[in-house]
Design a protein around this ligand. Structure first.
Ligand SMILES: CC(C)(COP(=O)(O)OP(=O)(O)OC[C@H]1O[C@@H](n2cnc3c(N)ncnc32)[C@H](O)[C@@H]1OP(=O)(O)O)[C@@H](O)C(=O)NCCC(=O)NCCS
Length: 142
């Protein structure tokens, strides 16, 4: 069973431990690989798979946009819906905060991440940067 929970400032140690594991396991997936990159962001979400921490994602708001950052699923939990649950949590959060769109960047060639985000309505943006791909999901507004 997957349970998604939003962390508070008191949970920073748990966040930091998982974030450092992510930076060790997938350094090429993240633009920040320094320990400072383990700080809490505006919203920080963990997913537990069968009561064990199995993934994380964070986000922040900037004007009319929200940005999704630091997505990581532990290797043994991949392909089991944890990424989907984390993306859904961020979509709910950004739309709940009134953001017009949710944006993210992935390393070019990260096909697993690209497929995950496309499934949730993110659209790759044309760019001259061959190292990074920007993807945007427009919010559904009534
Ligand atoms: C990208 C990522 C978050 C996807 O998480 P997920 O919950 O496994 O997502 P999905 O279920 O959509 O994965 C789809 C398939 O790819 C496989 N897969 C995902 N990531 C994989 C990887 N890094 N290596 C090998 N296979 C992988 C899964 O097993 C699954 O296979 P299946 O459909 O045959 O079962 C996860 O792979 C990850 O944390 N990667 C490293 C960090 C990263 O790239 N973050 C994104 C930065 S924006």
């Amino acid at each position: 069973m997957i349970v998604v929970r939003e962390l508070s400032g008191n949970d920073w140690a748990e966040w930091r431990e998982l974030r450092l594991a992510a930076l060790r396991e997938a350094p090429d997936a993240f633009s920040s690989t320094v320990p400072g990159g383990a700080r809490l962001s505006e919203v920080n979400v963990l997913a537990d798979l069968d009561a064990t921490p199995a993934g994380m994602v964070s986000g922040h708001l900037s004007g009319d946009s929200a940005e999704l950052l630091s997505m990581w699923v532990t290797p043994d939990a991949r392909g089991r819906g944890v990424g989907d649950a984390l993306v859904q949590a961020m979509v709910r959060w950004s739309e709940g905060r009134g953001a017009g769109r949710l944006e993210l960047r992935i390393a070019a060639g990260n096909q697993h991440a690209k497929a995950l985000y496309e499934r949730h309505g993110f659209v790759p943006q044309p760019s001259s940067d061959s190292d990074e791909l920007e993807m945007i999901r427009q919010s559904r507004r009534e």
